[in-house]
Design a protein around this ligand. Structure first.
Ligand code: SF4
Ligand code: SF4
Length: 216
């Protein structure tokens, strides 16, 4: 007979919170051990780890920056804005956005001058978001960019496969210098306004992806 049958519900709830899904403990002890590289050497197989219990939304604290050796590089001039890389990434680690040129200029004016040209080059002209729109409504075309979150990318290269013959993504080796750049570029992406509605066809999944909404 289950000896716990007479245990008050409140007590069971507290037991579950502490012993099964203690999110604070998971984030500091389990995620912390993976982030500082000590998990394989010393993380004990306790009740949570042994049962592979992962509390919801804790992926936000996981940092892959120092784990995967490679990361995708975006080759702006080859990109057609199809969003295949974004839809295929298993970790929501690669994201796209369309910006109005004036908003981009404003954003660029707020970052150090020596970074501006490189950051501007991350945003390109595509037929889909610029040329076709400009033909119908001059002055309304948007610039499109793809950005990788270095803390979430595990270097699996599925986005590169998805991009395929467009050749707008390739894997490169990480180093301290380029990781600083990836962090700065992703930060810049986040600080840009959400893709304006005029660039989004809500009936097409691919067009929904340049919005913040698919983000967890
Ligand atoms: S390498 Fe893998 S995890 Fe990283 S952005 Fe591409 S698909 Fe996502
Ligand atoms: S990087 Fe490749 S897969 Fe991604 S949007 Fe551009 S062309 Fe499409």
């Amino acid at each position: 007979m289950d000896e716990r049958i007479d245990v008050p519900v409140e007590e069971l709830a507290e037991d579950i919170r502490v012993n099964v899904v203690d999110i604070e403990d998971f984030n500091s002890r389990v995620v912390g051990a993976y982030n500082d590289g000590t998990a394989e050497k010393g993380l004990e197989a306790d009740d949570q780890v042994a049962r592979s219990i992962i509390p919801a939304a804790t992926g936000a604290f996981r940092d892959f920056s120092y784990i995967a050796p490679d990361i995708p590089e975006f080759i702006t001039e080859n990109c057609i804005g199809c969003m295949d890389c974004v839809t295929e990434c298993p970790d929501t680690a690669i994201l796209g956005k369309v910006v109005e040129p004036a908003a981009l200029e404003q954003g660029l004016s707020k970052i150090p001058e020596e970074e501006r040209a490189k950051m501007a080059a991350q945003w390109g002209i595509t037929n889909k978001y610029f040329n076709v729109i400009e033909k119908k409504n001059p002055g309304q075309g948007g610039k499109f960019g793809i950005f990788i979150d270095p803390t979430k990318c595990k270097g699996c290269a599925e986005c590169v496969d998805a991009c395929g013959d467009h050749n707008a993504l390739k894997m490169i080796a990480k180093d301290d210098k380029n990781m600083e750049w990836y962090k700065a570029a992703f930060n810049f992406y986040r600080n840009m306004p959400e893709t304006p509605k005029k660039y989004i066809n809500e009936k097409a999944l691919a067009d929904m992806m340049p919005t913040e909404r698919p983000l967890l």
